[in-house]
Every structure is written in structure tokens, then in C-alpha cells.
Ligand binder design. Structure first.
Ligand SMILES: C[S@@+](CC[C@H](N)C(=O)[O-])C[C@H]1O[C@@H](n2cnc3c(N)ncnc32)[C@H](O)[C@@H]1O
Length: 244
């Protein structure tokens, strides 16, 4: 989802490149276009935002974890929407500094300058069992952490809903998909996640706004039953109803 750079953008980046990241981030804050990455939270996708609101209406989460903060547009959205503890993490120091400055008035938001896998292991090591909404969006580097992130979450969290951005929505080519090492981000890419179920957005890409990226939603069994009631989701594999 990398747009072609304008001449101004190239000059701006060259002029600020050698500043200490937190000073560069302060200057970045003066640029309104940087505030709304791809038009707003969740890639500026109004239907995706509505989908997240529906999920939060049917499930009482304890916290939100986002991997890949960038400039904190979606982090801030989760902070206001949920009022819950929100943990986000970012490896690029300048983006991290920008997002921390952006969210400094939100006491429930914590943004770590950390690799997503290290951060997930740190959060997984806490003693309690939290019902968690995950938004997995850390990429752009050669090394894409998605598989390992999913393995860590699957091994530790017994109540989780995981939304993965930039994912293929089968049968709807209008949604953008990320390429990881030359491979499209599709269901075949996922590690085995026994006991979890899969959902896709029910909104056709024509009715979506913003960057129109696809997503998949994965859920542990008990929470998946609640997602069956979310109109903006289509279940892939609804379990058979047990005979009375
Ligand atoms: C697509 S952007 C995230 C957008 C953000 N979630 C939003 O909705 O505005 C991906 C971000 O992930 C970061 N990133 C890449 N690999 C990472 C990793 N292993 N751990 C944490 N962040 C990572 C990149 O530096 C980049 O800022």
C-alpha cells in the first residue's frame, strides 16, 4: 500500500531524515496529511469501522492489542472506541515517537517501541487471562511477523478475536491484499489454528471506502459463536448444530 512519493514528500523526508526521531516526529505532527493514514482509522474504511463497532457490541473485551502502530491513527480509534487498555507496538522509532505524542492524552493507550513478537511474548507472560481483540497490521519490513504472532496468540489466549489487515477476501478482487515474500496473504498462508473459526467481511468492496483493503477475522470457539450474530461478518465454517 505504498503510494508514489511527490517531490515535496521526497524533499521533506531528506530534510528531516537525520534529526533525532522524536524531533522529526514533532515536525511530522505539523502535517495534517500524516494524521489520517489512508483517510482515517482502519485504512479510512467506514464499513470496517462499523464492523469493529459491531464486534465490540457483542463481546465484552478486556483489552485491545494492535501490532504495527505506524502513526497511531487506528490505535487512537481503539483508545476512544473501547476505553479499554490498548497495547500497540512499532519498530520504527520515528513512527513510535509520533504515535506516542499523538496518544499522550489517552491514559489507556500504551505504545511500545518493540518488535511485535517480543511484545506479544511480554504480554503473554502476564498471569491473568484477558479476553482480547487483536488487530494484526505489522508489516512493510522484509521479515513479516504474522505467522509467529498467530502462534504466540493461539498458544496463550483462550479468548481472542483476531482481525488481520490486508488479507484476501475470497471472491472479491476489489479488496487489496498484501504480498508476503511474493505470496498473497490468503487463508493458505495461515498456520494451523485448531479450535478457531474464520470470518470475512460481508460488505462488498464496492460499498467500502478508504484504501479498501481486505481482512479476515479469526476467533476462539466461544467468541466465534457470538460473532455469528454480527451482520457485517460472514462465517466460513459455522459448526453443525448438535442434534437435540
Ligand atoms: C500498515 S502499517 C500499520 C498501520 C496502522 N496499524 C494503522 O492502522 O494506521 C505497518 C507498521 O508496522 C510496522 N512494523 C513492521 N514490522 C513490525 C514488527 N515486527 N513489529 C512491530 N511493528 C512492525 C511498520 O514500521 C509500520 O509502521
Amino acid at each position: 500500500m505504498m503510494a508514489k512519493l511527490t517531490t515535496f514528500e521526497r524533499l521533506y523526508r531528506a530534510a528531516t531524515k537525520y534529526l533525532p526521531p522524536r524531533y522529526a516526529a514533532r515536525i511530522d505532527h505539523m502535517r495534517p496529511a500524516y494524521r489520517a493514514s489512508w483517510g482515517g482509522p482502519l485504512n479510512g474504511q467506514v464499513q470496517r469501522q462499523a464492523l469493529v463497532r459491531q464486534i465490540f457490541r457483542v463481546i465484552d473485551f478486556d483489552e485491545v492489542i494492535e501490532t504495527g502502530t505506524f502513526r497511531g491513527t487506528t490505535t487512537e480509534f481503539f483508545g476512544y472506541l473501547s476505553g479499554l487498555p490498548v497495547h500497540s507496538m512499532e519498530t520504527v522509532e520515528r513512527f513510535h515517537a509520533y504515535a506516542v505524542q499523538r496518544c499522550e492524552t489517552l491514559p489507556n493507550v500504551e505504545i511500545a517501541h518493540e518488535d511485535s513478537r517480543t511484545a506479544l511474548r511480554r504480554l503473554a507472560a502476564r498471569p491473568d487471562n484477558r479476553r482480547t481483540f487483536f488487530y494484526l497490521d505489522a508489516h512493510w519490513q522484509e521479515d513479516v511477523p504474522r505467522h509467529e504472532e498467530l502462534r504466540i496468540i493461539h498458544a496463550r489466549w483462550s479468548e481472542a478475536v483476531v482481525m488481520i489487515d490486508d488479507f484476501e477476501v475470497p471472491g472479491d478482487e476489489g479488496y487489496g491484499v498484501a504480498l508476503y515474500g511474493g505470496h498473497r496473504l490468503t487463508a493458505e498462508y495461515l498456520p494451523a489454528l485448531p479450535g478457531w473459526r474464520r470470518f470475512y467481511p460481508s460488505t462488498h468492496s464496492d460499498a467500502e471506502t478508504g484504501a479498501r483493503r481486505g481482512c479476515i477475522v479469526l476467533a476462539t470457539e466461544a467468541l466465534a459463536r457470538r460473532l455469528d450474530a454480527v451482520p457485517l461478518l460472514v462465517p466460513v465454517d459455522r459448526p453443525a448444530v448438535a442434534a437435540a
